[in-house]
Design a protein around this ligand. Structure first.
Ligand SMILES: [Zn+2]
Length: 348
């Protein structure tokens, strides 16, 4: 049983129990009073995690051994948002930049990064997903984990929703530091434990060993990287630049620790529905269902090519079909509403 903080090694954990969002099984957690890091107290062993991520994880979470059309559609949209963020903060020319995506999943980001000019590749431990990336998009996604990274082999490393799954995030960050070329960049995205816009039912997962805030993530990476840009609406996204040499950890100020504690304690349904604008997610759901029903019949590569063309401001057949279907759905809804109201009025 873990009793100290994985980040600052302090014996300063406040323990609490939450249910795993998928299975409802209770999870024991600890929040560090010194740095704010939240971690699982009884994590699975390293060996069982390796087997889990190469075979079962995607099946447990996505109910599938390879991505479905709607997963490709969602991953493609996230990839475009990440590429936009990266492009707006970097002055490097993509064509001269080696980019490696860690935990590449079905290869959507690696494919779109390559399409936008980067010399992009990926690594993904799951056998089905990495094969899918190679077969569907002819991307260089190898079935491997972090240990396969060669020193100085990348100019940019991207890692989306991976760090929270790793048993030793500190040594993972050091590996990434070594794998990057001098002044190379690291783009990390993780769920934000302090954000209000995740439903309180959807925060704690058996597969998430750590839960970060901006300050605990910056603290973790501080010996190796400096912060270039961050976005903390929704997920936490940070762009970091490699330091010339490894330094010491910079811990958050007392004021920051107290302010993070307040945000952490305030989290709940009220916060989610008001500040987190949870109602907007509910309102945008019908449109999402319509979009996903349109792309269901498309090939994965056509979905990503359509999203890319759309991003470039081109008229696409896919976008036209989505817009048409959405208009028909709204019209259908309004017609049935007015028929219903007329019917009720006639009965009165
Ligand atoms: Zn700590």
């Amino acid at each position: 049983m873990i009793m100290t903080c994985a980040l600052c090694n302090e014996d300063s954990l406040t323990f609490f129990t939450k249910k795993d969002a998928k299975s409802g099984v209770p999870l024991k957690l600890g929040r560090c009073r010194s740095c704010g890091l939240v971690q699982q107290i009884n994590p699975p062993s390293d060996e069982s995690l390796v087997v889990y991520y190469s075979h079962h994880y995607r099946q447990d979470y996505k109910k599938s051994y390879s991505p479905r059309a709607r997963d490709v559609w969602r991953a493609g949209q996230a990839a475009i948002s990440r590429l936009t963020f990266l492009g707006s903060h970097l002055s490097k020319t993509p064509s001269e930049t080696k980019l490696v995506d860690i935990g590449a999943g079905g290869g959507e980001f690696a494919y779109l990064a390559k399409k936008s000019g980067y010399e992009a590749s990926g690594i993904e431990p799951n056998i089905g997903y990495s094969e899918f990336a190679r077969n569907e998009y002819q991307t260089q996604v190898s079935t491997a984990d972090l240990s396969s990274l060669e020193p100085g082999s990348a100019d940019i490393i991207t890692m989306f929703h991976v760090l929270e799954h790793l048993p030793d995030p500190k040594s993972a960050i050091e590996k990434l530091f070594n794998a990057l070329s001098p002044s190379g960049h690291l783009l990390i995205e993780v769920p934000n434990i302090l954000q209000s816009d995740a439903s309180p039912h959807n925060i704690y997962f058996r597969a998430h060993l750590f839960y970060f805030s901006l300050s605990s993530l910056v603290t973790l990476t501080s010996p190796f990287f400096e912060l270039v840009a961050q976005q903390s609406q929704g997920n936490l996204r940070v762009l970091l630049r490699k330091r010339p040499a490894i330094g010491s950890t910079v811990y958050p100020s007392e004021h920051q620790v107290q302010s993070d504690l307040k945000s952490f304690e305030r989290k709940g349904w009220w916060d989610y529905l008001t500040i987190g604008r949870g109602y907007q997610k509910l309102l945008s759901r019908p449109r999402r269902i319509v979009e996903e029903s349109v792309v269901k019949s498309l090939r994965p590569k056509d979905i990503l090519d359509g999203l890319y063309a759309d991003w470039q401001g081109l008229q696409t057949d896919m976008r036209d079909r989505v817009t048409r279907r959405w208009r028909q759905t709204k019209l259908g809804f309004l017609t049935s509403m007015s028929v219903g109201i007329t019917g009720i009025a006639a009965c009165l």
